[in-house]
Design a binder for this molecule. Structure first.
Ligand code: 3HC
Ligand code: NAI
Length: 695
């Protein structure tokens, strides 16, 4: 065996050279990996006893792409293109042997090999779009030449990881090897290439599929239409499409030139920087400093839910979907039956859309049982309380749980605003109490705030985080404070939105600014969707807010076809002249002089206090890292991924110094709502970033 460099070895099996790459965790194309490929293939070509070359990887996966941490840094060693040229122009056939995932630059390397062999469990993809990029190493030109432009559009714009058996059908993979015997399978394939005298197939020269699509611009226009809603605001999907158009309409080298130009624009742009930030944030968020990652976890084999209302039902579905039995406890049979009925209906609707089978409906509903007796919770490993938002009711339930539940069980609450320490104070085992704050609809929304109370044990925290992964949520560990992280930040925006409409803006002006920024909807459209009467009490209503006035007029949102907006029969909204008049009169009555409010002011008033609040949250230790706050806002509130989350946006796009200056200016003119966080002042004074401050 010859060592090429620290990550690459070369071993001859007869006349087949096996180049084996080992660069954990995912064999990303760092400088040593590129060097290993370049020098390894060169050495195998130079060895006259070698007739064919197999490129295989050790560890969990084939090359999973470019090394994302290297973007923006000065490249060293051979470039990826030089390594690819060495393979593609080799006088001896090179066969890629794929297991795990061949992604991005990894698949692009495999596409310069003359043949590709994979195990059935392997997957191939060009997921650069998810990082705000496009495949920048010839992938945009080679992939459509193998699978055709339509399949390439799907793969590159969704970033899908395509299973090897499907790749075999599209021609992306030439042969499947037996699971667990990839090396032997790839070597045997190489021998067959030699014995059958198969040609040195270069994907770049295969033009049939792209030529067939020439003169059919509808392939692209139809595709653009089909993705428009989902990809609103993102640059990368459109750039990927343009590259495939170039593959269809231009010779290979000219297509590559288009790819390089567009890749260059994306990789240096704000969107990709934000999306790369999110990629790492999504991985960081699971890491809890001070808790050993190998800490023993509490086995969760049965879950109890208290309350079969909006949240209890949705939460139960998460566990049933993951195959975990659930018992729901209600106070009476009627709400229990209603709750179980809603769950079944939800599953049936999903089945009607073809997303799950009729059998799945039965299996999942079969995992959910109901009871009106709290003793049914005695054998549960985790109990989540989701009853009315009332401290007395919740404390009463926790007292009972303390008596009923087995030792070691986790006692969780889904409260959205109550003090979890106060809830924990009524039990003899406060270390077992934790907040599991799901977002509505709980069976759909990915975010889970795991709320650590003062006495919550490390085991309970670690088990909750692991369980979140099992039920396919993304969890952020936060501390107890009003609104926790997500709603606490939201409250800042909501307050300003309400003030702005009294000062001169209209609800649709505010909504437009936030919608154009990339949020799925603004605060007023959101209120109309949720229902303006959520928490409204008719008997106590005295026209003290715009919302009260609207509810009193039975303008309770989309459900009454009227709220801040008017709605037609298709739920399409239009600004309401009635509401405009109500707001103007309200301002007058409260002696608020209306004025022109600019879009810029709307944005700054709504967003800067959110960033400031995020800094306060860090200062108080209620979130571990700035990027955890970004995860909360992206997954719980629809902050656009391509803007990286409020903390990333504040730091990297606006600049914390500008946020601070604006907060100070607003504090002078608009009062203490805009008081800057002490930590923000410190950071700006010291010129430090969140990372440099240890956040
Ligand atoms: N570069 C640098 N680090 C990477 C990486 C990459 N391309 N891919 C993964 N990592 C790191 C992760 O940050 C993580 O680090 P950590 O342990 O310190 O947190 C570690 O590798 C393991 O990753 P995961 O936790 O994600 O491991 P999984 O086993 O769950 O998933 C994977 C493996 C499917 C390969 C997943 O990591 C993944 O999707 N990676 C990114 C793939 C990708 O986007 N490739 C395209 C890159 S851009 C490109 O190639 C440009 C080219 O066209 C020029
Ligand atoms: P809901 O009113 O829809 O459901 C509450 C259910 O609890 C009712 O079915 C009620 O009969 C039942 N219940 C009340 N007392 C009970 C008792 N002693 N024993 C058993 N069952 C009892 O309320 P929702 O919206 O599901 O909220 C539940 C909790 O989740 C609240 O704490 C709320 O703050 C929180 N939450 C709500 C969100 C939302 O968007 N609705 C989002 C996140 C958290």
């Amino acid at each position: 065996m010859t060592k090429i460099n620290d990550v690459m070895t070369l071993e001859n099996e007869g006349d087949i050279a096996v180049l084996s790459l080992n660069s954990p965790p995912v064999n990303a194309l760092s400088a040593p990996v590129r060097e290993g490929i370049f020098e390894g293939v060169k050495a195998a070509i130079a060895d006259t006893s070698v007739k064919a070359i197999v490129l295989i990887c050790e560890g969990r996966t084939f090359i999973a792409g470019a090394d994302i941490t290297e973007f923006g840094k000065k490249p060293v060693g051979p470039s990826l293109f030089e390594a690819q040229d060495m393979i593609e122009n080799s006088s001896k056939p090179v066969i890629a042997a794929i297991h795990g995932t061949a992604l991005g630059g990894g698949l692009e390397v495999a596409l310069t090999c003359h043949y590709r062999v994979a195990v059935p469990s392997a997957k191939c993809g060009l997921p650069e779009v998810n990082l705000g990029l496009l495949p920048g190493a010839g992938g945009t030109q080679r992939l459509p030449r193998i699978v055709g432009p339509e399949a390439a559009l799907q793969m590159m714009v969704t970033g899908a990881h395509v299973p090897a058996p499907v790749c075999l059908k599209t021609g992306l993979v030439d042969s499947l090897a037996e699971e667990g015997a990839l090396r032997a399978g790839a070597v045997a394939f190489a021998q067959k290439v030699l014995s059958d005298g198969l040609p040195l197939k270069k994907v770049r020269d295969s033009n049939e599929k792209v030529e067939a699509a020439r003169g059919k611009p509808e392939i692209f226009s139809d595709f653009r239409k089909s993705i428009a809603r989902k990809t609103r605001g993102f640059l990368a999907p459109e750039y990927n499409i343009q590259c495939i158009e170039a593959a269809v309409n231009l010779p290979f080298d000219e297509g590559v030139a288009v790819e390089r130009k567009l890749f260059g624009e994306l990789v240096t742009g704000e969107q990709s920087a934000a999306q790369r930030h999110v990629f790492f944030a999504e991985r960081q968020v699971w890491k809890i400093p001070g808790i050993d990652k190998d800490i023993p976890l509490i086995p969760i084999n049965k879950v109890g839910i208290i309350g079969a209302g909006t949240m209890g039902g949705g939460i139960s579905m998460n566990f049933a979907n993951a195959g975990i039995p659930v018992v729901i406890v209600e106070r009476d049979q009627a709400p229990l039956d209603r709750g179980l009925g809603v769950i079944r209906k939800n599953y049936e609707n999903t089945a009607a859309k073809g997303r799950i089978s009729a059998d799945d409906v039965e299996t999942r509903t079969g995992l959910i049982s109901g009871s009106t007796d709290m003793n049914a919770l005695a054998d549960c490993d985790l109990i989540i309380e989701a009853v009315f938002e009332n401290m007395d009711v919740k404390q009463d339930i926790f007292r009972k749980l303390d008596e009923i539940c087995k030792e070691g069980a986790i006692l969780a609450t889904n409260t959205s605003a109550l003090d979890i320490n106060e809830i924990a104070s009524v039990v003899k085992r406060p270390e077992a109490v934790i907040g599991l704050h799901f977002f509505s609809p709980a069976n759909v929304m990915r975010l889970l705030e795991v709320v650590r109370a003062d006495k919550t044990s490390d085991t309970v925290i670690a088990t909750s985080m692991a369980l979140a992964k099992r039920i396919k949520k993304i969890a952020a560990l936060v501390g107890v404070c009003p609104g926790f992280v997500g709603n606490r930040i939201l409250a800042q925006r909501q307050r300003e939105a309400q003030k702005l409409i009294l000062e001169g803006a209209m609800p649709w002006d505010v909504d437009k600014v936030l919608f154009d920024f990339g949020l799925p909807m603004g605060p007023f459209a959101m209120s109309d969707l949720a229902g303006l009467d959520l928490g409204w009490q008719a008997d106590k209503s005295n026209s003290s807010t715009i919302r009260e006035v609207l509810c009193e007029m039975d303008r309770r949102g989309q459900k009454t076809s009227a709220g801040f907006y008017d709605y037609d029969e298709n739920r399409k909204s239009t600004p309401s002249p009635v509401v405009a008049k109500i707001i103007e009169e309200f301002s007058e009555k409260h002696q608020i002089k209306r004025r022109e409010v600019s879009q810029e002011e709307i944005f700054e008033r709504c967003v800067y206090p959110m960033i400031n609040e995020g800094v306060k949250i860090l200062e108080e230790g209620k979130a571990i890292r700035a990027s955890d706050i970004d995860i909360v806002w992206i997954n719980g509130y629809g902050w656009p991924v391509y803007r990286g989350g409020p903390m990333h946006y504040g730091e990297k796009v606006i600049g914390l110094d500008k946020v601070l200056a604006k907060m100070k200016e607003f504090e002078k003119t608009l009062g203490p709502d805009f008081k800057p966080a002490a930590l923000l002042e410190d950071m700006v004074a010291q010129g430090k970033s969140f990372a440099q401050m240890g956040y």
